[in-house]
Design a binder for this molecule. Structure first.
Ligand SMILES: Cc1ncc(COP(=O)(O)O)c(C=O)c1O
Length: 419
């Protein structure tokens, strides 16, 4: 084994997110119908959105000169200034914000934005508070600065076959003074929870009291791609760091995220980009810029993308209820946003990790819930009883995958009647 630095030992090894991306790649390159990909957060093919992106991509690359201006020149490290300016204008006009291009920066995907910001803002002996676990497994292996996550469990409120995590605000308020950043995804990957405006306001006030930033990761959120099925507001405060991404709109290959934050944070990102990658990918910004300038991006999300995923969510929930209702003990988390069903099996006779390996052998990729609980020393049984499935795939894949899941769960319970 080649000797590695602590950095290499941290990032260059097998991780949960690495495993997920391997499975995703293998599943997407397998064109046969024998694999049901209910694993990663792959966005769906939405014809109307794809057509618009194609139109703008063709326009952007219509001549050799245009190709050169988009792909043949390095952008400034903070992002294309016309894009940042237009983005700020769209947010101001749509939500009454008062930001300028100085508050907007580009990074090559939300994953990379989080990696840089987490490590730059929080160091050894300090904490990043995740106010409601479970939250995005993609954060858990990112810390190389010596910082640690401190995760606070959401409190599950169950009602028959559904449940919802509630914020434990008291625990958040008692977090240690070593907390330097609070971070969350909204909607939450994996549970589909959407923290209410009141909950976000309480967390924002708590951050203000501590004089630390609140990082909100809107990968699936409002106003784009807007896979949000409950009313929410888009609130900007100078101590917020909002991270948006073009990925779940349908452009993950563009590797583009947009950060809205105080100018010093944008400057920090800019400097880190210059050192680690010089500049950011420019094609995604070129495709989406006309949609921003013509003010068609947000209507596309509201009128096409949101209803598309809501309908898929409804189909997945009704399929699962049809297969499991009255046959086994289960509860589905309130699916208020994102592309996931988060299913709790309180009497599961094996761990969710074992369940996902059985499912994989049977041709279904799903994600074990244990990955999404991190930064906590407590290991309640709940950690090993949850499963995340994605409903962005075709309905026949969802139905086949859920049927295999239900058969497996029922079989396991038959073999272990006490559970
Ligand atoms: C909650 C959340 N944040 C960030 C990301 C990273 O997305 P990207 O780097 O493609 O913008 C993902 C991807 O699945 C996600 O689910």
């Amino acid at each position: 084994m080649r000797p590695l630095s602590p950095f290499g030992q941290q990032l260059g090894v097998a991780t949960g997110i690495g495993e997920l991306m391997d499975d995703l790649g293998a599943a997407l390159s397998n064109k046969s119908d024998d694999l049901c990909m209910l694993g990663g957060g792959q966005p769906a093919y939405i014809p109307k959105a794809a057509k618009l992106f194609q139109e703008h991509a063709l326009n952007a690359l219509a001549s050799p000169e245009q190709l050169h201006s988009i792909m043949g020149e390095y952008d400034p490290a903070e992002g294309n200034q016309e894009f940042c300016q237009s983005f700020a204008e769209m947010m101001n006009e749509s939500f009454g914000w008062e930001i300028s291009a100085e508050n907007v920066g580009i990074s090559s995907g939300g994953q990379s934005a989080c990696f840089h910001l987490f490590n730059a803002l929080v160091g050894a002996g300090e904490h990043i508070l995740i106010p409601l676990l479970p939250d995005y497994m993609g954060y858990r292996d990112q810390l190389v600065s010596g910082a640690q996550f401190l995760g606070i469990h959401g409190i599950p409120h169950r009602d028959a076959n559904s449940f919802k995590y509630r914020l434990n605000l008291e625990a958040v308020q008692s977090a240690p003074d070593s907390t330097r950043l609070m971070a969350l995804s909204r909607p939450t990957n994996p549970s589909g929870n959407v923290l209410s405006d009141e909950e976000v306001e309480a967390l924002s006030d708590e951050c203000l009291r501590r004089n630390i930033p609140l990082l909100i990761d809107h990968a699936y959120g409002a106003p784009f791609p807007n896979a949000v099925y409950v009313p929410t507001q888009n609130i900007w405060k100078p101590h917020h760091i909002h991270i948006y991404s073009l990925s779940k709109l349908g452009l993950p290959g563009s590797r583009t995220s947009i950060i809205v934050a105080a100018p010093d944070i944008i400057h920090l990102m800019r400097n880190m980009t210059a050192v680690t990658s010089l500049a950011n990918p420019s094609l995604g910004q070129s495709i989406v810029l006309p949609l921003i300038q013509q003010r068609t991006l947000l209507p596309l999300c509201l009128e096409t993308i949101l209803p598309f995923y809501r309908q898929k969510r409804d189909h997945a929930i009704s399929t699962l209820n049809r297969l499991l209702y009255d046959r086994v003990d289960y509860a589905i988390h309130a699916a208020e946003g994102a592309f996931f069903l988060w299913i709790w099996f309180p009497s599961l006779p094996i761990t969710s990790r074992e369940l996902t390996s059985i499912l994989k052998k049977r041709g279904v990729l799903a994600i074990s819930g244990h990955w999404f609980f991190f930064g906590s020393h407590d290991r309640p049984a709940h950690h090993d009883q949850c499963l995340r499935i994605t409903y962005s795939m075709n309905p026949n894949v969802i139905e086949k995958g859920l049927q295999i899941l239900a058969d497996t769960i029922l079989e396991l319970h038959d073999e272990n009647p006490s559970n």
